[in-house]
Design a binder for this molecule. Sequence first.
Ligand code: AMP
Length: 111
Amino acid sequence: MTIFKDIVDGKIPCEKVFENERVIAFKDIAPQAPVHILIIPKKEIPDIQSVVGEDIHLVGEIIKVAQSLAKEFGIEEGYRLVTNNGSLGGQAVFHLHFHLLGGKQLSNQLA
Ligand code: AMP
C-alpha cells in the first residue's frame, strides 16, 4: 500500500488532471518544473521492473495520456517523460508513476 494507492482510492486528495478506468494523472505536490504531472496506472505495479507482458498495453496508454496532457498544458514542443526505478534510481513511492515535466528549458543532464 502506497500514498498513490490512497490517491487512486480517493482517500487522499490530489489535483487531478485526468482519469479513466485504468489511469489517473495529478499534479506533483513538489513540482520541479512549471508543469509537473504524475501519470500512474490504477493497478498496483511497484515499478517499471515489475511490468509484465499483460501490462504493456497499460504502459502504452500512459504514453498516450502523456501526449494528450502535454498538448493540454501547452508543452507538446518539449517535455520529459521519466520514471525512476528503485531507490538507487531515485524512486520514493513504490507505485509505478511517470513524471511529465515541462514548461521550461530542461537540462540534457539525465544523471
Ligand atoms: P519518485 O521519486 O519518482 O518516486 O517520485 C515521487 C513523487 O511523488 C515526487 O515528485 C513527490 O513530490 C510526489 N508526491 C509525493 N506525495 C505526493 C502527493 N500526495 N501528491 C502529489 N505528489 C506527491
